[in-house]
Design a protein around this ligand. Structure first.
Ligand SMILES: Cc1ncc(COP(=O)(O)O)c(C=O)c1O
Length: 414
């Protein structure tokens, strides 16, 4: 039995069958590459679902983990540690927020933000101020609170009853938003750029209206930047790219370069609603995770990676647009920086599987969207390699399709 077969067999026998994995097991990674157990090399444009923003085995991350694990991994939140306050301070400096709570995952960051919004809501407007407004098609995680905010039936079905008092509005529908937000709303929760939902951006007008309504009704505007934040748009926070400032922001994925860590950041006006004992976690904000988090932020700055996300992200977009113009079955290119998607007319998973067999990792979401969440160290030569393969897998547009597209484009005035 091969090493791969052994691994698969064990999982089949002992794991809860929740994942539909691709047929590969990885042994190690270096920079933008992963290696399987036969030593085959894969160019990684998935980055562990947006976690490995520094690529794999970054020497400074390896060093920080080595040093800190020899010194102190965990003490619990009964005691102070050297790094939790320092990482909170740095995140506040970068975001303009005032206080931070550290969790172990994105989902828990969402849960915490939700709890704070309800507390602040009740303080401001009594028990009735508990209503949450979220967006159709969104994704916020799998626990009960986060799932209840997730506007997709496939994640909710079978788990009812969910959290009450959640109303969904279509993304970018200002009218629906105005009809929904009222004095009993304690929070509007949204991803400024949908990740799992198919790389769809909230419009600036919609975000501004969210801000105005949240202010009018003393509700918290919460941005879930777990997928689009921490550098992926070319700024540390997506809200800095989109120029609408929330009251709270949730982050996770790359913050500790693969060591589990999440957080929500909040303005003081909401932070003051909570007191000791009302929220907590055993693991969140431990010295190892927080030290690595500080190292992550330092590396992004010192290696000028946000500039790289902007320039190589623009190049990736240019190439994807060329593919959309010339290859078969492409609907459109979405997103920006290093959170981009290619919407297809056909299921994306078979393309992901074929690319895997040829040594390039893409990811699919919403059945027909190819999603690109590459590490921030990606260079143009890597984009070239991946796009060359994608062009081959999609194939050229037939002449008839091209003619149809140009007629459609003319009719749309493009
Ligand atoms: C926008 C968003 N929110 C929340 C989550 C949940 O985070 P986690 O899987 O770390 O719990 C994700 C995960 O993909 C996400 O993309």
């Amino acid at each position: 039995m091969s090493r791969y077969d052994e691994i698969v067999q064990l999982e089949k026998n002992f794991l809860l069958p929740t994942y539909n994995r691709y047929p590969v097991a990885f042994e190690r990674g270096k920079d933008v590459y992963l290696y399987d157990f036969d030593g085959r090399k894969y160019l990684d444009l998935v980055a562990g679902l947006g976690v490995n923003a520094l690529g794999h085995s970054h020497p400074r991350i390896v060093k920080a983990i080595r040093e800190q694990s020899a010194k102190l991994i965990h003490v619990s939140n009964l005691y102070y540690n050297e790094y939790q306050g320092r990482l909170a301070e740095r995140l506040c400096q970068l975001s303009g927020m005032h206080r931070v709570f550290f969790s172990n995952s994105g989902t828990e960051a969402v849960e915490g933000a939700l709890k704070l919004a309800r507390l602040a809501g009740h303080k401001a407007g009594g028990d009735a101020k508990s209503q949450l407004v979220a967006l159709e098609g969104s994704y916020h995680g799998r626990s009960y609170g986060a799932m209840s905010l997730t506007g997709q039936d496939k994640y909710r079905k079978g788990f009812e009853p969910l959290l009450p008092d959640v109303t969904f509005v279509p993304q970018n529908s200002i009218e629906a938003l105005r009809n929904t937000v009222n004095a009993n709303t304690c929070a509007i929760v949204l991803e400024p750029i949908y990740g799992e939902g198919g790389i769809l951006e909230c419009s600036l007008e919609f975000l501004r209206e969210c801000r105005a309504l949240a202010d009018q009704f003393q509700a918290a505007l919460i941005f879930d930047e777990i997928q689009c934040g921490l550098g992926r748009t070319g700024n540390f926070f997506a809200f800095q790219t989109l120029a609408v400032v929330p009251d709270m922001v949730t982050i996770a994925k790359p913050i500790a370069a693969g060591v589990p860590l999440g957080a929500f950041l909040t303005k003081e006006s909401f932070a003051s609603a909570i007191s000791p004992g009302q929220h907590g976690t055993t693991f969140g904000g431990g010295p190892l995770a927080c030290r690595v988090g500080l190292e992550y932020l330092a590396i992004v700055e010192e290696e000028n990676l946000l500039a790289n996300v902007r320039t190589v992200g623009a190049y990736l977009q240019h190439e994807l647009k060329d593919i959309a113009d010339n290859c078969a079955g492409v609907v459109e290119v979405r997103g920006r920086g290093f959170i981009q998607g290619l919407a297809l007319e056909v299921p994306a998973r078979p393309i992901v599987e074929k690319a895997l067999a040829e040594g390039v990792l893409f990811n699919s979401t919403q059945d027909t969207v190819l999603r690109f969440l590459p590490p921030f160290i990606l260079q143009e030569k890597h984009v070239d390699k991946a796009m060359k393969l994608l062009r081959k897998l999609l194939g050229k547009k037939r002449a008839k399709d091209s003619a149809m597209t140009s007629i459609a484009a003319r009719m749309l005035g493009r």
